[in-house]
Design a protein around this ligand. Structure first.
Ligand code: HSE
Length: 334
């Protein structure tokens, strides 16, 4: 009797043993909390499909007494970085944001021989190459594009293809604000809604002034062209002063205002800039709605690839962290 693919897939005899992965999670806000929820909700699936069981062994929080989602086991909370790093773990997930504590954590984790999965674009912009020198245990899919797997695409799918251009909407908060204004909301209300939804940075001026998009663009230029993100100059301009009027003016001329990030490799080196642009409606970047990101990557061999999806928010960012965790530890993937 022949064995069908279906019967082979359902056979337990060939399944690899389940690997338990000890996770130390730094940060228990929008993103960290969403990751805990994902791990709890998909625990069975992670075991069945990926032979992985993630066991959260420690959670670093700024304030251990703050009320949190039910997925947080209070006994695991600590506010001490030293205690956090001393807890035996296989991987540190850094979702704490900022640069100071995150830098100590990142170096501490890698120096202790742990893998590091981080969503921290500001940290990677300045420290990325130094952290990458510790080896392939550094993963950062969540740092750019939220749930859009652009890091993996550039690192793996397009490796060796001579990417020469990246053009993208990389900041969910500003895109959300522009979309809400297009639907009739005033700027202040749109910004407040973006903050409530957990899209904005702790300091929202990083979003509004284009700094967050510039950090992400520098990381894409690192992956795509090998540019050093810490020294790459990204000419940066944020949203215009009177955003409401600019959005209305764009609509009157049949266009859409978007914050566009572009990096190109030319004979003289890499150029990179972030600035508001009036886009024709048939431009793929104009299709970015609410917190979405759209990323176009152009290479000689593949032409232009376009990715579009949720670029900010707890669930999208946590999904990217989880993808990194799976790729790091799934048997047979490295
Ligand atoms: N503040 C960021 C954004 C969060 O709005 O895109 C995701 O990186």
């Amino acid at each position: 009797m022949s064995t069908t693919l279906a019967s082979r897939a359902s056979s337990t005899a060939s399944r690899p043993p389940v690997t338990t992965v000890r996770v130390a999670l730094a940060g228990c806000g929008t993103v960290g909390g969403a990751l805990l929820d994902l791990l709890a909700r998909h625990a069975d699936d992670l075991t069945r499909r990926h032979a992985l069981r993630f066991h959260v062994v420690r959670i670093l929080a700024r304030d251990a007494s703050r009320p949190r989602s039910t997925a947080v086991e209070r006994a695991l909370l600590t506010t001490s970085v030293a205690e956090f790093l001393d807890t035996p773990a296989d991987v540190v997930v850094e979702a704490i944001g900022g640069s100071c504590t995150a830098d100590v954590l990142a170096r501490g984790a890698l120096a202790h021989g742990r893998a590091l999965v981080t969503a921290n674009k500001a940290l990677l912009r300045t420290q990325g190459p130094a952290l990458a020198a510790f080896g392939p245990r550094l993963r950062f899919e969540a740092a750019v594009g939220g749930g859009v797997p652009i890091v993996r695409l550039l690192r793996e799918g397009l490796a060796g293809q001579g990417v020469h251009r990246v053009r993208a909407v990389l900041n969910g908060t500003t895109n959300y604000i522009l979309s809400r204004i297009e639907r009739g909301d005033p700027y202040a209300a749109a910004l407040a809604a973006a903050q409530r939804a957990g899209f904005a940075e702790a300091d929202p001026s990083r979003d509004l002034q284009g700094v967050d998009a510039a950090d992400k663009l520098a990381l894409l230029a690192w992956l795509a062209f090998g540019a050093d993100p810490s020294t790459l100059e990204v000419v940066t301009e944020g949203l215009p002063r009177d955003v409401d009027a600019a959005v209305r003016g764009a609509a009157r001329s049949g266009r859409r205002l978007r914050l566009v990030a572009t990096a190109e490799r030319a004979a003289r080196g890499v150029t990179a800039h972030v600035s508001p642009a009036l886009l024709h409606l048939d431009d793929p970047l104009a299709a970015a709605v609410d917190e979405e990101n759209v990323i176009q990557v152009t290479s000689a061999s593949s032409g232009t690839l376009t990715l579009r999806g949720r670029g900010a928010g707890g669930a999208a960012t946590a999904a990217a962290l989880l993808a990194d965790l799976i790729h790091l530890f799934q048997p047979g993937t490295h």
